[in-house]
Design a protein around this ligand. Sequence first.
Ligand code: GLY
Length: 204
Amino acid sequence: MDGHTLAIGGVGAIREVRHPVSVARAMLDETPILLVGEGARQFATHIGAEPADAGSIPSPGGCDTVGCIARDQAGHVAAAGSTGGLEGKMVGRVGDTPLPGCGLYADDRAGATALSGEGESIARGMLAAHILFALPGNGALAAAQMAITRLERTGGEAGAIVLDSDGGFGIAHNSAQFSVAVAADWLDAPRAGTHADDLREWYT
Ligand code: GLY
């Protein structure tokens, strides 16, 4: 999602593409915001997306999500996510990851967020939307924490990374671990950890 234009693109239930997030990026220029299954596959072929080789197709247990948010020097923000879904998922299931206001959102006027975790719980709580609405006046950390607190109503484990429009960031999760990394021009080197506390000194 492009926070400057609010363009958003996604693909779901797509196989045999090496980098589905690149197909989603190409969808930014299209009118539909989400293609799934055969339509997603046809679009990937249309743009010449790199096919996955046999070794890169995730195993049934390989269902992790990777989310990314960024802010450039002009203050424009963006968000992206890629996931294998949840282990044991129903055929055709699409979770929160490509859904605006659920697994991600970006708006230059507020900030950006990406979430990882149990997609049905994230979607039922519209966690990305709640984060974006909470950002002005609360800041990135409080907005992330408020969203994760919503999981008390639905159950489920999730984590959120959040950027505000000034570049401040926050992390919150209710899972035991949440792997996260940050790079910024004000950091001498990228930092990474497996819990929000590992990076606590770097955000407000
Ligand atoms: N958060 C990934 C999924 O539930 O599909």
